[in-house]
Design a binder for this molecule. Structure first.
Ligand SMILES: [Zn+2]
Length: 100
């Protein structure tokens, strides 16, 4: 029996024909990256309250309860440290007149 395993050349050529399609640009799918939900902590607004402590609102004017730094000029309030006032900007310290 003759072996007929060899394929005809025509058929082999057909298999080699591979259509080369021009690579289509990948569709730009909007990537929806799920943002990790950040647990937002409610910040306590302590600063705001502190600021209002420095002022006393009166009907026609604003009274500043803290002294102004002598070196830095108006706009720089001095911190109340009990027996003294200190400027946080330049470090100037002014002692309060003794209350005793
Ligand atoms: Zn100062």
């Amino acid at each position: 029996m003759p072996k007929k395993e060899e394929k005809p050349p025509a058929e082999a050529k057909k298999e080699q024909k591979i259509e080369t399609k021009p690579q289509a640009p990948p569709e730009e799918a909007p990537k929806e990256v799920p943002k990790p939900e950040k647990a937002k902590r409610e910040k306590k607004k302590k600063i705001g309250k502190k600021i209002f402590k420095l002022y006393q609102l009166e009907p026609d004017k604003v009274v500043r309860l803290r002294p102004v730094c002598e070196r830095c000029g108006p706009g720089y309030f001095m911190a109340d440290h009990g027996n003294r006032y200190t400027c946080g900007h330049c470090g100037f310290t002014k002692y309060k007149p003794s209350e005793k």
